[in-house]
Design a protein around this ligand. Structure first.
Ligand code: AMP
Ligand code: MG
Length: 485
């Protein structure tokens, strides 16, 4: 067995940005899920991951030999209101791991106990929230969406109080970095610019080492904007709704992070919101680009002192960079949505075909995932019946299908291959997820494991996963998601 080597370069940054913190020991912790595929990808020995040493490390019962883990400090705009001091209130950065490609990954625990940033919280995580994050992060990764990953999940044998008592758990999460827009907002509030500059330099070194521009900070802003614009385009093309896009939940690495109340839209409705705390639809599916832009503007504001010594010039640089967001997002989103129906921007009439499809989906609130998937099946030579059956009213869709087929015809083969990589069959659906989480709370992990298998191979149709593709029942109560961590 080879134990991975961890270190902690983040602790070389100014002390204002974190607090050394060894998590509370949880002696009753047991391994609940371990992600061997991710371990292999990172080059972490699977035998170590299943070992008692790993369990002790992830449950606060063993501390690293040559450093103390840390809780990171950050600020954040939560639903538009600014909190100057948030930080890891129920999480800890246990260390960093460098993989075979020389890429550094944070090893982070969520639900590991109270820290100096906990405010009124208990520092714990509920099992259902940990499993939900595990399932969604592994599904997002399988869909090709940049995201934090779940390396393992532990039960704690503790009870966590939320709306009602829940079993507790700890998530072992990896990320290219946990630095958030909110981390920069926090650094910007520090007395002098030392912390801000050190944080920006650290980000460039770690996430954008290729930056070699006369103004590296403008380039950091530029690359962050580009990554976020592409990320949001990807989310939306799969019907993903993050649910809590506060500035503390937006990672500079461009990974999806902290998606507590997230959901995939089932019935298509662009203004759809699922989060119980999103009262004004701030983070609805269609609002996500606008909100990402808003967050990036906060990021740019935090960087101002580094962009130029003259504030007016700094603002000009920031605005110049921010102006690119909309174009990058629109171009990427449009290309993805067209590719989902086998078309591309330069084809005559492609745009109209896409718009007509989206109008039909909205008018009849059709299942977003199944629409594209069953269309892919038609491109794949399967019968039209399953696709048409998605529509209560079929007159319009039959006409649409005919004209789409004519457009697709000349390049059907290439289109089909692309469609198969963009149109999954399995996403974590409300009812299936809810049932699986409920069973897990009662001690039966089998439904979670089945769901995980389906959503981590989301493009491969298999009879055994048939239940995972059944859309929300017509008469089901409106679904809501909760943070619950
Ligand atoms: P989030 O829900 O991820 O946006 O978290 C917002 C802030 O609340 C972060 O600073 C978290 O660390 C903190 N927080 C959330 N839940 C808890 C908890 N149970 N105990 C302590 N802090 C928490
Ligand atoms: Mg958060």
């Amino acid at each position: 067995m080879t134990a991975p080597v961890f270190d902690l370069t983040y602790a070389n940054l100014p002390q204002a940005l974190y607090t050394p913190y060894q998590p509370e020991p949880t002696p009753a912790a047991k391994m609940m899920l371990q992600n061997n595929a991710l371990a292999t990808k990172l080059g972490i020995d699977g035998t170590w991951l299943s070992s008692n040493d790993a369990l002790k490390f992830f449950s606060g019962q063993a501390s690293p030999n040559d450093y103390t883990p840390i809780a990171m400090a950050y600020a954040g705009h939560q639903f538009g209101g600014f909190s100057p001091r948030l930080g890891d209130g129920r999480a800890v950065l246990m260390g960093e791991y460098v993989d075979g490609n020389n890429t550094r990954h944070d090893i982070h625990l969520k639900g590991s106990g109270r820290t100096t940033y906990s405010r009124g919280g208990d520092g714990k995580a509920a099992l259902r929230a940990v499993l939900k994050e595990y399932i969604f992060s592994e599904n997002l990764a399988a869909l090709g969406i940049p995201t934090t990953r779940a390396l393992a999940a532990l039960t704690t044998d503790e009870t966590v109080m939320r709306q009602k008592p829940h079993p507790g758990a700890i998530l072992v999460r990896t990320a290219r970095s946990h630095i958030r827009v909110g981390t920069f907002q926090y650094a910007r509030l520090c007395q002098d610019e030392t912390a801000l500059k050190a944080l920006a330099d650290y980000n460039i070194d770690r996430l954008f080492p290729e930056i070699d521009a006369p103004n590296p900070y403008a380039e950091l802003l530029s690359q962050t904007i580009e990554k976020q614009a592409k990320l949001i385009a990807k989310w939306m093309s799969f019907g993903f709704i993050h649910g809590v896009m506060n500035t503390d939940n937006m990672a500079i690495s461009g990974e999806t992070i902290d998606f507590g109340p997230c959901a995939f839209m089932e019935k298509f409705s662009p203004d759809r919101v699922f989060s119980s705390i999103d009262h004004h639809g701030r983070y609805a599916w269609s609002k996500q680009p606008e909100m990402a832009y808003w967050n990036l503007t906060r990021f740019a504001e935090s960087l101002l002192p580094l962009l130029h010594t003259d504030e007016d010039k700094a603002v000009e640089i920031a605005q110049g960079q921010l102006a690119k967001f909309s174009e990058i997002f629109t171009e990427n989103f449009n290309a993805l949505m067209l590719a989902k129906i086998g078309l591309s921007p330069e084809m005559d009439g492609a745009q109209q075909t896409l718009s007509a499809a989206m109008s039909m989906l909205a008018a009849q609130t059709i299942d977003f995932t199944l629409f594209f998937r069953r269309l892919t099946d038609i491109a794949d030579g399967k019968s039209e019946q399953v696709f048409l059956a998605l529509f209560p009213e079929q007159a319009d869709v039959k006409k649409w299908l005919k004209s789409w087929q004519t457009q697709l015809e000349p390049h059907a083969k290439a289109a089909r291959t692309k469609m198969q990589t963009l149109n999954p069959l399995y996403i974590p659906r409300f009812q299936q997820l809810e049932a699986a989480l409920e069973a897990a709370e009662q001690g039966d992990m089998a439904p979670v494991k089945d769901l995980l298998k389906a959503v981590t191979t989301p493009f491969d149709e298999k009879n055994e996963y048939a239940d995972q593709a059944i859309p929300l029942l017509e008469k089901a109560a409106p679904m809501q998601t909760f943070c619950e961590t």
